[in-house]
Design a protein around this ligand. Structure first.
Ligand code: NAD
Length: 240
C-alpha cells in the first residue's frame, strides 16, 4: 500500500529517529493495554483501575493495590515482539537515537534497545520505602499480601502512579531527544495520559509518523498516519 512505501522511504532516509510509544507496542506480546476494547479499563473491578493505580490507593489500601498489581500489571513471561526487535535493530544501526516509552514492562531492553527513557518507570525496579534496598519483579510476584523488605519496610514498585510526578531527568532527556529528532515515530498509544502525551509537541523535525490501531488527538498533526498493528507494520520495513 502507498502508506507502507512512504513509511519505508521516511525510515530509510532518516538520520535521527526517535520512537515514542505506549501500551499498544506490547499488546502483540500478550500484555493488555488500558483503553482498547479488551483493555484493562473495560473490565470490571470493585474500584476503577485509575483509582487502584493511584498514590492515595497505594497508601491507604496497600494490600488491595498489590493484589491488583500482581494480577494485572506483572507479565513476567512476556517476550518482545517484532516492534521491539525492529526498534532495537534501528538503534544498533545508528539510525534511532532513543525509545521513549510509557510502558513499564521492560520489553524494549529485553529486545536489546540501549537508550530507553521510561517515563512511567518499570516493574523491574522495586525499592524498600524504608532502607532503599532493591528487589526484582519476580520477588514481588512471589510475595503475598504486602511485600516487605527484611528490614520491615514496604517494597514499592518504581512505577509512576496517578498523582505522582514523572522523573524530572527522564522528562528532560525525552524533550531533548524529541527536539533533535528528524523523524518522530509515534505508536501504540492513545496519547491520553499527561504529561507524557504533551512531549510530542516538542518535535520540530521533518516527519511525524503515527501508527496506531485507533484514532488519537494527534492524528491531524501526522505527516503519515497508518492504522494497524505496529508489530505487523514495522516487520514490513526492511532492516536498514
Ligand atoms: P492506552 O491503553 O491508553 O492506549 C493504547 C493504544 O494503543 C490504543 O490507542 C490502541 O488502539 C493502540 N494499540 C493497541 N494495540 C496496538 C497494536 N498492536 N498496534 C498499534 N496500536 C495498538 O495506552 P497508553 O497510551 O500507553 O497509556 C496508558 C498507560 O498505560 C501508560 O501510562 C502505561 O504506563 C500504562 N500501561 C503500560 C503497559 C505496559 O507496560 N505494557 C500496559 C498497559 C498500560
Amino acid at each position: 500500500m502507498e502508506q507502507m512505501h512512504r513509511l519505508i522511504e521516511i525510515v530509510h532516509t532518516a538520520k535521527r529517529m526517535v520512537f515514542f510509544g505506549g501500551a499498544g507496542v506490547s499488546t502483540g506480546s500478550g500484555i493488555p493495554d488500558f483503553r482498547s476494547e479488551d483493555g484493562l479499563y473495560r473490565q470490571k473491578y470493585r474500584f476503577p483501575p485509575e483509582q487502584i493505580l493511584s498514590h492515595t490507593f497505594f497508601i491507604h489500601r496497600t494490600e488491595e493495590f498489590f493484589r491488583f498489581y500482581r494480577d494485572k500489571m506483572l507479565y513476567l513471561n512476556a517476550k518482545p515482539n517484532a516492534a521491539h526487535w525492529k526498534l532495537a535493530q534501528w538503534e544498533q544501526a545508528g539510525r534511532l537515537s532513543a525509545v521513549i516509552t510509557q510502558n513499564i514492562d521492560g520489553l524494549h531492553q529485553m529486545a536489546g534497545s540501549k537508550r530507553v527513557l521510561e517515563l512511567h518507570g518499570s516493574v523491574h525496579r522495586n525499592t524498600c520505602m524504608q532502607c532503599g534496598a532493591h528487589f526484582s519483579a519476580q520477588e514481588i510476584l512471589n510475595s503475598t499480601g504486602i511485600p516487605r523488605c527484611p528490614c520491615g519496610g514496604i517494597i514499592k514498585p518504581d512505577v509512576v502512579l496517578y498523582e505522582e510526578s514523572l522523573d524530572e531527568r527522564t522528562l528532560m532527556e525525552a524533550v531533548r531527544e524529541i527536539r533533535t529528532a528528524d523523524v518522530l515515530l509515534i505508536g501504540g498509544t492513545s496519547l491520553q495520559v499527561y504529561p507524557a502525551a504533551s512531549l510530542i509537541h516538542y518535535f520540530q523535525g521533518d516527519h511525524l509518523v503515527l501508527i496506531n490501531q485507533s484514532s488519537t488527538p494527534a492524528d491531524k498533526n501526522a505527516d503519515l498516519l497508518i492504522t494497524g498493528k505496529i508489530e505487523e507494520i514495522f516487520s514490513q520495513v526492511d532492516f536498514l
